[in-house]
Design a protein around this ligand. Structure first.
Ligand code: ADP
Ligand code: MG
Length: 335
């Protein structure tokens, strides 16, 4: 079925079905009027927005519509997590190319609604338009946090331990499988493709970190560890030392590199779209915080280095040598 057969409003009706806000005393109007109407929650309002453009951020034939729905919402939820917030509401605007079937849009929205439900987020509106060729998806997520809970990029202090919430480079490994058409055993390919197409979220970890009062700065890893840690360092006027032996790399990524070539550490440092959280924490609190998170969520943050004075980022080899880190993440306008 083509979108022109059911029309824009037929499509919006399909979206609205199953997007009933969980708490009618908080959301007075969801999809269906000129604007949503929401009772503000206590604390500070967080708002983040992300744009996903076909052929720039994804290839339509290498991700399912369901996964694309989940991922496009996940990247915005990850930004709220990185700020230490609780996510509340989701807005989705899409430009739909003529060749896209209504059934594919249903799958896209099934993924969006599913991850929204998992995160406790309501889909409250958006906009719909046509597109000549490419599918374009904009997601906006609101959230909240108490003023003393917000985790900014700018608070890192020399001495802080650097924690990341999961392995690094898996998404870049998944992207390599797609772009290089790698043929790998399923037990290697599946988790890497999953990391790339349907990344894990760390909303509970984010809240535990935010309320601990021991986190000085944080970011979610979208562009790559080297690049995103660079953002923390510039915003905080500090440098950093990454301990290469501690950077967590999955067994699957190691196997991919054994089979197809490449260096897992390099993918971990420069690969984008991992969406793990990176935080810098009071060194006296790092172990206890990591333990608390492991007990509460079953997922263990890894300590991968430390914040230092200065402005440079170094990679420390296991024998103690410091090498300047030159690897860069992805930048849309700089090559
Ligand atoms: P307007 O002309 O005022 O922009 P629309 O007809 O575009 O109104 O939208 C009607 C309702 O449907 C609004 O509540 C809007 O937020 C919602 N909506 C439109 N497109 C989408 C979409 N792609 N996803 C979610 N909600 C949407
Ligand atoms: Mg509109």
């Amino acid at each position: 079925v083509k979108l022109r057969e059911i029309g824009e409003f037929g499509f919006i009706d399909r979206i609205a079905a199953g997007a009933v806000p969980a708490d009618p005393s908080r959301v007075l109007q969801g999809i269906g009027d000129d604007a949503s109407v929401v009772r503000p929650s206590a604390g500070l309002l967080l708002v983040t927005t992300d744009l996903m453009v076909e052929r720039v951020h994804f290839l339509r034939d290498s991700i399912t519509m369901y996964q694309l729905g989940r991922k496009s919402v996940a990247i915005s939820l990850s930004d709220i997590a990185a700020m230490g917030g609780v996510p509340h509401d989701l807005y989705v605007s899409i430009a739909v190319p003529e060749d896209l079937q209504v059934e594919e849009l249903d799958e896209l929205y099934r993924g969006m609604k599913e991850i929204a439900r998992e995160a406790g987020v309501d889909l409250l509106g958006g906009d719909t338009t046509g597109s000549r060729q490419d599918l374009v998806i904009n997601t906006t997520v609101t959230g909240s946090a108490a003023p003393d809970e917000v985790i900014y990029r700018h608070g890192a202090r020399p001495g802080d331990r650097i924690l990341v919430t999961g392995t690094l480079g898996d998404s870049a490994g998944g992207l390599r499988i797609v772009l290089e058409s790698l043929r790998l055993p399923d037990e290697i390919a599946a988790p890497l493709l999953k990391a790339h197409c349907d990344p894990e979220l760390y909303l509970r970890e984010a809240r535990l970190l935010a309320v601990s009062g021991r986190v000085h700065s944080g970011i979610d890893l979208s562009d790559g560890l080297a690049s995103d840690l660079g953002h923390i360092c510039r915003a905080s006027n500090v440098g950093a030392v990454l301990e290469s032996g501690r950077v967590p790399v999955s067994a699957e990524l190691k196997r991919l590199c054994e089979i197809a070539g490449g260096d897992p550490l390099e993918l971990a440092l420069s690969g984008g779209e991992d969406y793990r959280l990176l935080v810098t924490v009071d060194p006296d609190a790092a172990d206890a915080l990591a333990d608390e998170i492991r007990r509460a969520t079953g997922r263990t943050p890894h300590a991968i280095g430390r914040i230092v004075e200065g402005e440079d980022i170094f990679l420390e080899t296991p024998d103690g040598r410091l090498d300047p880190l030159r690897l860069r993440g992805y930048d849309h306008f700089k090559r």
